[in-house]
Ligand binder design. Structure first.
Ligand SMILES: *[C@@H]1O[C@H](CO)[C@@H](O)[C@H](O)[C@H]1NC(C)=O
Ligand SMILES: *[C@@H]1O[C@H](CO)[C@@H](O)[C@H](O)[C@H]1NC(C)=O
Length: 384
């Protein structure tokens, strides 16, 4: 009932319908500076500071693969595809015993596709990976944004986890060493009010609130000026459009959602769609999850006939016949200076990019104008 919107997990595969006072403890600028320069060249590498980037995509949707390949080439990172599976591919015996059969097979297929990406992360012993769905979109300054995010999220992990608890399951990550999920592209989170958060002021890549994705959760209780980005420990999240997972996180999620759900299933309902289950795992404390607010990444829909819809909810279509409805778009959701919306400008070598919307303070920005940003730790808004 709480999660009545059963289609949330697939929201990114479909057409997105539309779009307390805290005390400040300044982080020493010197310290931050040294730390960020230590890590900046790994975050700007071709795997964005993790070991691999996976995009989940149906092998037949070659058009969506074009978007991801072209967009990542413009932003200089490398993506590997994970074949999304369809209900036809599902062996009924793969369902965990506690799967909630009220959800549709297509929702299980979407969850299983994410689990396959996590399985690969564990299989290849990747220290960390980014997993995205195939209609993700990101800001042209993603690499700079990620460096700022890393400063924030590292500040929230002051100590490493005890190494004996997870031998070989975490490596030195530029995003810190005590995280399971960095939920970068979401459509709603709950920030833990009993934990410190981090505020990064004057971020020119934040859309104004009226252009936020439709968020399925309330705004965090932490104070946030419109131009500041908040980073916090989360107790829930929705939409698995793009996230980073550590090896430890991938192991834990694979255990909870497939290999051995019995223990956790007694306490939390993990028989739901992937994003809903993931949010519950974050809330249970079994995995440690962080997120920026608003989300760092968003979604893209190219110009297409309205009737086409999504891989999951759209018409099937017939080869050689157009889909019904007027052509609409392209649209970007949640990203102010969208890579995919600006692809022609970028390919023409223009020096500026256009904002996704006209009614924003800055409608055109120079490439490279965004800088790595420092910020400050904020005290919990609620005392335990
Ligand atoms: C990018 O940096 C990360 C973190 O240091 C590292 O694990 C990864 O292997 C690097 N990627 C490449 C392609 O060198
Ligand atoms: C923040 O954004 C909201 C919604 O767009 C707007 O109503 C409000 O005036 C903004 N606040 C400031 C200080 O600009």
């Amino acid at each position: 009932m709480l999660y009545a919107i059963g289609v949330l997990v697939i929201i990114s595969l479909i057409f997105w319908s539309h779009p307390f006072a805290s005390t400040r403890a300044a982080v020493s600028p010197d310290l931050q500076h040294t730390e960020s320069s230590d890590h900046s060249n790994t975050i700007t590498n071709t795997t964005l500071g993790v070991q691999k980037i996976f995009a989940i995509s149906l092998p037949s949707r070659l058009d969506k693969r074009d978007n991801i390949v072209l967009g990542s080439s413009l932003s200089d990172f490398h993506v590997e595809f994970i074949d999304a599976i369809t209900p036809d591919d599902i062996n009924p015996k793969t369902y965990p015993f506690n799967w909630n059969y009220d959800h549709r097979p297509v929702e299980y297929a979407a969850r299983r596709s994410h689990l396959n990406a996590l399985q690969k992360t564990v299989h290849e012993r990747l220290g960390s990976a980014i997993i995205m769905e195939d209609d993700a979109d990101w800001d042209v300054s993603l690499k700079t944004q990620l460096q700022s995010f890393a400063i924030a999220v590292r500040a929230l992990q002051p100590t490493d986890p005890p190494s004996h608890t997870h031998p070989n399951s975490h490596s030195k990550s530029p995003y810190g060493n005590d995280w399971d999920i960095l939920w970068l592209g979401h459509c709603g989170i709950e920030c833990n009010p009993s934990e410190p958060s981090f505020l990064t002021p004057n971020d020119p890549t934040i859309p104004p609130p009226h252009h936020f994705l439709p968020y399925r959760r309330d705004e965090p209780p932490q104070h946030r000026p419109n131009t500041s980005r908040l980073t916090c420990t989360i107790t829930d999240g929705v939409c698995s459009l793009l996230y980073a997972v550590s090896l430890r996180g991938a192991q834990r999620i694979l255990s909870a959602l497939s290999a051995n759900p019995s223990h956790l299933a007694a306490d939390i309902d993990t028989g739901a769609q992937f994003d809903v289950s993931l949010g519950r795992l974050c809330g249970s404390g079994y995995i440690k999850c962080f997120a920026p607010y608003p989300a760092l990444t968003g979604g893209y829909r190219p110009a297409e006939a309205k009737g086409k819809g999504s891989d999951i909810n759209g018409e099937e279509g017939e080869v050689g016949r157009p889909f019904g409805g007027d052509v609409e778009g392209p649209f970007s959701h949640g990203v102010l200076f969208s890579t995919l919306m600006n692809m022609e400008r970028l390919l023409r070598g223009e020096a500026t990019v256009k904002a996704t919307w006209e009614d924003v303070d800055v409608v055109e920005m120079g490439l490279g104008d965004v800088e790595v940003l420092e910020g400050s730790i904020e005290s919990p808004v609620m005392k335990i």
